[in-house]
Design a binder for this molecule. Structure first.
Ligand SMILES: Cc1ncc(COP(=O)(O)O)c(C=O)c1O
Length: 424
């Protein structure tokens, strides 16, 4: 164990889980380096954040320039970088989302989105979907069910919270249509037996579940939720904290579906590593939110906002590459599955790919030890990958959008060798 890891364990709360014991000294592009001259390709993007690769020169330059001017305003003075990021976001956001507030983390953005929905509708109920991850703060953890451990010991969670199934076709042994029908049926049963729609202010959903196992929503499911929300005056809230900013090879996952939310929550990749998150809604909704009924000291930090402006300027031209690399990766993983029975399913949008590892294809029993074996093998060959899903058996394949076809081919070759090694 390196000296730094030992010191880390001495003073840093172990509740904060780390995926590896690598010690990062510097990083650029897809690579991270340690102090001993070793390097690894970072296909974790810490976690789904450095979508432009580490220390993208345009982002770093924008942040440096802002640091030299001023670092903080704290909602006392108006400043340009927050306005510019608002303007740029309104140009790329799903239709109907045109005003934004800023915060520091995904959890804060989700909570702000739900507060806005409650205030706007005057209704307190929130519907969330099983397997969701919306954060770990006391509000957001109330809608997080990707793993029961996130709530263990923290009850009571927030009241007026209702959880219904998100379609997990592979896990349920169904096709997408059957899984959609079942999930919609359960929603109908919720309205029949537990709560009437007129008590619900927000329906909160990740268009592709992240931590919960990289399940993209079947299109008919999102379309149906949109019409149910319209019918009952419920605000549809998309948590695009993980799916946003090129991760799905579009600006937002909503772009894949042509379904627009009433409110959107953003974070992670928005500033490529600088702490920033955002929530957005239509101008008339935002304008009705009473002044001061929500706020922040650090949210919309000028340096983070300058970085976000550079992210948005840089990401657009990279989306075609992300689409090519994502399509190649999905195709290559599907080919790998022909020879490797450990691969049970390959799914996801763009560069947000889940590869589910199973002990038995018939029963779909998770291969519990497979990910650790594959991760170790890959790390010994300079590739960092991480997992997701409640059973830790899904490779979360999330290279940055700057990754080349050659680099993604190399990474999948390494994962293929790792599977070979595991299956021996
Ligand atoms: C979809 C989604 N929402 C919210 C969050 C919480 O973000 P943060 O950890 O920045 O609070 C995450 C983090 O993984 C996420 O993936």
């Amino acid at each position: 164990m390196s000296d730094l890891v030992a010191r880390h364990l001495d003073v840093i709360a172990p509740v904060i889980a780390f995926d590896t014991d690598l010690v990062i000294e510097r990083a650029e592009g897809i690579w991270i380096h340690d102090a001993e001259g070793n390097k690894w390709a970072d296909f974790a993007c810490g976690t789904a954040v450095t979508n432009l690769g580490h220390n993208h020169p345009a982002v770093v330059a924008a942040a440096h320039e802002q640091i030299d001017r001023f670092v903080h305003s704290g909602c006392v003075f108006r400043y340009d970088s927050v306005v510019e990021v608002g303007e740029k976001l309104s140009a790329i956001a799903p239709e109907g989302i045109d005003k934004f507030g800023f915060a520091n983390s995904g959890a804060e953005a989700v909570e702000a989105a739900v507060k806005l929905a409650r205030k706007t509708t005057g209704r307190q109920g929130v519907i969330a979907f099983r397997g969701a991850f919306h954060g770990r703060t006391m509000g957001s953890v109330s809608w997080t069910t990707s793993n029961a451990k996130y709530r263990d010991g923290y009850h009571p969670i927030l009241g007026s919270t209702f959880t219904v199934p998100f379609p997990h076709p592979y896990r349920w042994g169904m096709d997408a249509e059957e899984a959609t029908d079942y999930a919609l049926f359960e929603l109908e049963m919720l309205f029949r037996h537990e709560v009437t729609p007129k008590n619900i202010g927000a329906m909160l959903i990740e268009p592709q579940q992240g931590e919960g196992g990289y399940y993209p929503a079947p299109p008919r499911f999102l379309e149906s939720l949109r019409s149910i929300c319209d019918e009952h005056g419920i605000m549809l809230v998309f948590d695009e904290v993980q799916t946003g900013f090129g991760r799905t090879a579009e600006w937002f996952a909503a772009d894949h579906y042509g379904v627009n939310p009433d409110i959107i929550a953003l974070g992670k990749g928005i500033a490529n590593g600088f702490p920033l998150s955002a929530y957005g809604a239509a101008a008339e909704v935002m304008d009705d939110w009473p002044v001061g009924s929500h706020g922040t000291t650090f949210g919309g930090n000028p340096v983070s906002c300058a970085a976000a402006v550079a992210v948005i300027d840089t990401m657009g031209p990279l989306l075609p590459n992300a689409r090519d690399v994502g399509a190649r990766a999905t195709e290559r993983f599907r080919k790998l599955a022909i020879d490797h029975p450990t691969i049970g399913d390959v799914r996801g949008l763009g560069l947000m790919i889940g590869v589910e590892l199973v002990a038995d294809r018939e029963t779909r029993d998770p291969a519990k030890d497979a990910f650790a074996h594959i991760q170790k093998y890959c790390m010994e060959r300079e590739l960092v990958i991480i997992e997701c899903g409640p059973m830790g058996n899904i490779i979360r394949f999330i290279p940055p959008t700057i990754t080349t076809l050659e680099e993604v081919d190399w990474a999948i070759d390494v994962i293929g060798e790792a599977l070979e090694d595991y299956e021996q």
